[in-house]
Write a protein that binds this ligand. Structure first.
Ligand SMILES: Cc1cc2nc3c(=O)[nH]c(=O)nc-3n(C[C@H](O)[C@H](O)[C@H](O)COP(=O)(O)O)c2cc1C
Length: 185
């Protein structure tokens, strides 16, 4: 199905940066991919290192990082988890952010489950060794999570990169990044 111009315009992306380091390979890859978004698509960037979430939350919603992340999550049509591959899955900070999805689902008056349904979930991941099959635990976990919440799993942009400059030296990764966000359906 071809999207109308109207539906493409109304997309709003939030990039959730899950690497412990800013400006690393995953963020760099995500920023290359974001350059391929239509210029009138809203795109916000949030770093989980700069928005630390308590590991054992309880009680009502907390002001600060938790509220910022919840509001951005709910206000987006598209959530991009930009997480490096850590032990074949997402980083600990990304996993904790996803754990908050379960907490938010249990909070009264948020309507989390209803509001997540139909959103798009994407991943951007850099990894150091092996090949794309090493990311299967990460992509499988996210696809199932999306299914569980009635979200659309839109796939992962993957690139092997470890050192600084690895991405820039990989033209095929840059080409895949430029075309990753296909908003035509
Ligand atoms: C705790 C930790 C676990 C990692 N686990 C893997 C792994 O399972 N497979 C892999 O290929 N690379 C692994 N790496 C390497 C990173 O995925 C890789 O260096 C990546 O480019 C880092 O992205 P960043 O610069 O965005 O942090 C790991 C790195 C760390 C720090």
């Amino acid at each position: 199905m071809t999207a109308t111009l109207e539906s493409v315009r109304s997309r709003s992306f939030t990039f959730i940066l899950g690497s412990p380091r800013g400006g690393g390979n995953t963020e760099t890859l995500a920023r290359y991919a974001a350059e391929g978004l239509p210029s009138d698509t809203a795109a916000g960037w949030l770093s989980l290192s700069e928005l630390p979430l308590p590991a054992r939350p309880s009680g009502p919603l907390l002001d600060g990082p938790e509220r910022v992340l919840l509001d951005a999550t709910l206000d987006s049509t598209d959530i991009v988890l930009a997480s490096p591959l850590h032990w074949y899955s997402v980083s600990a900070a990304t996993k904790l952010y996803l754990d908050y999805w379960a907490r938010w689902g249990g909070l009264p008056d948020v309507g989390f489950r209803e509001r997540m349904r139909g959103k798009n979930l994407w991943a951007v991941t850099a990894y150091a060794r092996g090949d794309d099959t090493d990311t299967e635990p990460l992509t499988g976990m996210l696809r199932r999570t999306a299914d569980y919440l009635g979200m659309n799993w839109r796939g992962a942009l993957l690139a092997r990169a470890h050192g600084e400059g690895d991405l820039e030296a990989d033209p095929s990764a840059l080409a895949r990044a430029a075309e990753f966000f296909d908003l035509t359906d």
